[in-house]
Design a protein around this ligand. Structure first.
Ligand SMILES: [Zn+2]
Ligand SMILES: [Zn+2]
Length: 464
């Protein structure tokens, strides 16, 4: 019988092993085993294990071949899987919790390679076995959503405190710098209670996510908490760059999560306060980086949170009925000195509708006809007033899709109204523009609140 030289099925426990540690990913176990064996790399170590194919090492970073790691180390497979991110077609998954939506991150040798020096110091002091095998990596060190250590509340460090080298990720021993050989020094600055990272860790370990984070990946949860924090602490134009102080990021995250956890009312009150009297009205302008990110995050489950922003934006527009909208009043008076007469076609162009559609709004009493102009006169439309009106449209929030509760001006037939009637009410300032559809111009872009439009138009009908 021919026996293959490298046969993974015949791999058994390695001659020297290490003690099991909670929260240690498979790629870290291999590194500790390599240290235990006196090898210089994980691949070197794999070569010393009888029957073991060296190539499997690379796959462990993606969560593959964990059963081999289990057999080599003698650790329970389920226990290793509980702390090892596994790449799936739905992104990385850990313990049944989705970490991201794309699975494009790296673990193992290409991981971020951050450390918590406080964890490492504790490992050296409190764990058993040869001291060089005691310190181990925690899976959350390589999750970019974890800015700080959930246990110690200090920022995770990416470089050696002694020489500044950023080569920590390739070091076999996480507590020993490859470049200068010094031990990692604990970071002194702390965020109380482990910050939002504590909450993320609890969720990965099986706790229920908060109401706003149902079905969201860990990445999206951290994104939303951070950006709600930024919006509340700094405002819609606030930004935090990657180069910023990690403690600032941690504080914004824990602050945002606290607002979110207290419920929708508190969240909306925070939005109101953050937006204040911002003049221009796209959702990006109102909600800053919180909305910008929601536009490019591909995760379908984020729709629920996006809808929440839309709901707040339309509530805001609603509450401004009869007053101002996003800081501006609808212009209904005509400045006689700037009157500019135009033809029906010119008006159609300004409003982005057809000549035939103009006919439907261009009765003798329409607001777009210059007062007193004769019915058949060619240049009898108030182009200045119309363009002024169109510019108001751009002060309302922008949507890619019609949000619930709103309806396109030219679509109001679906709720039993005639759009020229609704248009006149808007021009008279009785119905506010609730938003506009992105990429559309003029009247086809205009969104109105369904119930306001119906209320106003019906009450006008009955009072006529
Ligand atoms: Zn720590
Ligand atoms: Zn160093």
């Amino acid at each position: 019988m021919v026996v293959k030289r490298r046969d993974p099925d015949r791999v058994t426990i390695a001659p020297l092993t290490v003690r099991f540690a909670n929260d240690e990913p498979a790629y870290s176990i291999l590194r500790r085993l390599a240290v235990r064996r006196g090898c210089l790399s994980v691949a070197d170590f794999a070569r010393t294990v009888p029957n073991c194919p060296v190539t499997f090492v690379a796959g462990v970073s993606y969560g593959r071949d964990i059963d081999l790691v289990s057999r080599i180390s003698g650790f329970d497979l389920a226990a290793i899987l509980a702390s090892t991110p596994v790449r799936t077609d739905k992104g990385y998954v850990l313990n049944g919790v989705r970490l991201d939506a794309r699975g494009s991150r790296n673990f193992g040798r290409k991981a971020i390679g951050r450390i918590c020096a406080a964890c490492l110091a504790e490992d050296r002091e409190s764990r058993f076995g040869p001291v060089e095998c005691r310190p181990y990596r925690r899976f959350w060190w390589d999750l970019p959503e974890f800015i700080g250590c959930p246990v110690h509340g200090c920022a995770l460090s990416i470089s050696c405190a002694n020489c500044g080298s950023e080569d920590l990720r390739t070091a076999l021993r996480p507590d020993l710098c490859n470049t200068c050989g010094s031990l990692a020094e604990p970071e002194p600055k702390r965020v109380e209670g482990g910050g939002f990272e504590r909450q993320l860790l609890d969720i990965i370990r099986g706790a229920d996510p908060p109401w706003w984070a149902k079905d969201l990946s860990i990445r999206s949860m951290a994104y939303i908490a951070l950006n709600v924090g930024i919006l509340d602490l700094i405002g819609p134009s606030g930004r935090i760059t990657k180069e910023g102080n990690p403690l600032d990021v941690m504080e914004c995250m824990v602050w945002g999560a606290d607002i979110l956890d207290r419920g929708k009312e508190v969240l909306f009150a925070a939005f109101d306060q953050a937006i204040g009297t911002v003049l221009s009205g796209t959702l990006q302008d109102l909600y800053g980086s919180l909305y910008r990110g929601l536009e490019w995050h591909t995760e379908p489950e984020l729709k629920g949170f996006r809808d929440l922003l839309v709901e707040h934006a339309s509530l805001r527009a609603h509450s401004r009925l009869g007053r101002e909208m996003f800081g501006r009043k609808l212009e209904t008076k005509i400045d006689v000195s700037k009157l500019q007469y135009g033809t029906r076609s010119e008006l159609a162009k300004v409003l982005s509708i057809t000549d035939d559609q103009v006919k439907r709004i261009a009765g003798p009493y329409t607001c777009d006809r210059v007062p007193g102009s004769r019915h058949k006169s060619q240049r009898s439309f108030d182009i200045y007033g119309a363009s002024n009106f169109v510019s108001q449209i751009y002060c309302s929030p922008t949507y890619n899709h019609v949000p619930p509760g709103l309806i396109g001006l030219l679509e109001v037939k679906r709720i039993g109204l005639r759009w020229p009637d609704v248009y006149r009410q808007i021009r008279d300032g009785r119905i506010p523009i609730a938003g506009r559809i992105a990429e559309q111009e003029g009247l086809p872009a205009v969104l109105v609140d369904r119930s306001i439009a119906a209320d106003i138009c019906l009450s006008v009908e009955t009072s006529d």
